[in-house]
Write a protein that binds this ligand. Structure first.
Ligand code: PLP
Length: 411
């Protein structure tokens, strides 16, 4: 639980570029762009200015019924102009989990209104993280997030993340007449940074989904907005999904924002139809200040061409973290697809010596670098403005943290 009581909290009080400061005035390199989202880096006053300007004009008004506002419509247009989706439409939300639930409900409702009410089953992948709302908690590919809540949505299944054959076998086992949608991240992020098994994987996935009448939903919440060098990450694999879920980098997290891009075919039964066949929506959908933040963020991504820059950073980060592969505490390094990396500890370190990733995380933080610990790995996903020197500093600090934790266990 992310509580906000003051006991033992690490207080971040200021941020600028790739740097954070705590309440003692100590400086840290933000090696995770907060939670994978601050793609343009911290302290961009032009985003704050855009939000201020917007709030003096129209502070807030929900997009619902026939109500809309300029920033929401403009943002929608900018996103659809770049989306690798046929005849795209946009639903706006306040974040990733909300968008996943929107996509899951829309997939089920789409089949319901087109004469296939039995198609409700959802398939996802091991290691996939899709937020912690109702549907997201149900399809998440990490058991620990599902346990303890009683029955979640039950017609779901999780398949190995590296096998198209497993996807097709599961669709056939459940029966294509029962399967609504397949959810996948371009690169699995929070589950430990797992790129697809090969460049052909997503093309084959899209083909299997199409052949069996299963909607293909791409979760680009982490991979979007230049983290993989493109708008939605999935472009790298040349496929056109039925829906794309986005959040995080769309506003670099300056204000909460997310959404779902929906193909015209899936949207058709719902868009501007009388009788509201998709009874779903939230209070803050299309919040004009959040959309203004999003557009100022997109301006920066485009003006500074962070789409191209991020490909250089991807290669630099890959080269730098791979140097850790020879460290005795490290079992595997995964990097090289997008500006993200996982340094997985060895089984000897984790299982025999009882070392935890939390120890390495705390040691690195005490040395001025913020990483993200997951059960078996330290994850890296810096802002897309990080320099080569800062990458070297990050990796060098992680190496010294690994040395220090190892030595502490020897002692
Ligand atoms: N999908 C992916 C791939 C994510 O990484 C996350 C959050 O980390 C989510 C969905 C959920 O987003 P949110 O935390 O905004 O609900």
């Amino acid at each position: 639980m992310h509580d906000v009581t003051r006991t033992q909290k690490f207080m971040v009080t200021r941020a600028e570029g790739v740097w954070l400061w705590d309440d003692s005035g100590d400086r840290y390199l933000d090696g995770t762009a907060s939670l994978w989202y601050c793609n343009v880096g911290h302290g961009r006053t032009e985003i704050a200015d855009a939000v201020h300007q917007q709030m003096t004009r129209l502070d807030a008004y929900t997009v619902y019924g026939d109500f809309a506002n300029g920033p929401a419509l403009e943002l929608g247009e900018r996103l659809t102009a770049h989306a690798p989706v046929v005849d795209p439409r946009v639903i706006l939300t306040c974040g990733g989990g909300e968008s996943i639930d929107t996509a899951a409900k829309l997939a089920r409702r789409y089949w319901g209104v087109t004469g296939h009410p039995g198609k409700t089953h959802l398939i996802s992948r091991t290691g996939g993280y899709h937020g912690l709302h109702g549907f997201g908690s149900s399809i998440i590919g990490m058991e620990r997030f599902r346990a303890g809540f009683g029955p979640l949505i039950e017609d779901v299944s999780v398949i190995p993340h590296d096998s198209v054959e497993a996807l097709e076998a599961e669709i056939l086992r459940v029966g294509p007449e029962n399967v609504a949608a397949f959810f996948a991240e371009p690169v699995i992020g929070a589950g430990g940074v797992y790129p697809p098994p090969g460049p052909e994987y997503f093309g084959a996935v899209a083909e299997v989904c199409r052949r069996h009448g299963v909607l293909f939903v791409v979760d680009s919440v982490i991979c979007g907005f230049a983290r993989m060098g493109t708008w939605f990450g999935i472009e790298r694999y040349g496929v056109r999904p039925d829906m794309i879920v986005f959040a995080k980098g769309v506003s670099s997290g300056y204000l909460p924002l997310g959404g779902v891009i929906v193909s015209g075919e899936v949207a058709e039964p719902f868009w501007n139809r009388p009788g509201n066949p998709f009874l779903h929506g939230t209070t803050y959908a299309g919040h004009p200040a959040c959309c203004a933040a999003g557009m100022a963020n997109l301006d920066i991504l485009e003006r500074e061409d962070l789409f191209t820059v991020s490909l250089e950073i991807e290669a630099q980060l890959d080269a730098a973290v791979r140097q850790l592969a020879d460290h005795p505490m490290v079992g595997e390094v995964r990097a090289g697809t997008g500006v993200m990396a996982a340094v997985e500890l060895s089984s000897e370190a984790l299982d025999e010596r009882g070392i935890t990733t939390a120890e390495v995380f705390l040691e690195a933080r005490s040395r001025g670098v913020i990483l993200r610990p997951v059960p078996r790995a330290l994850l890296v996903s810096p802002p897309l403005i990080i320099t080569w020197e800062q990458i070297e500093h990050l990796v060098g600090t992680l190496r010294s943290a690994l040395d220090a934790v190892s030595a502490a266990h020897d002692g």
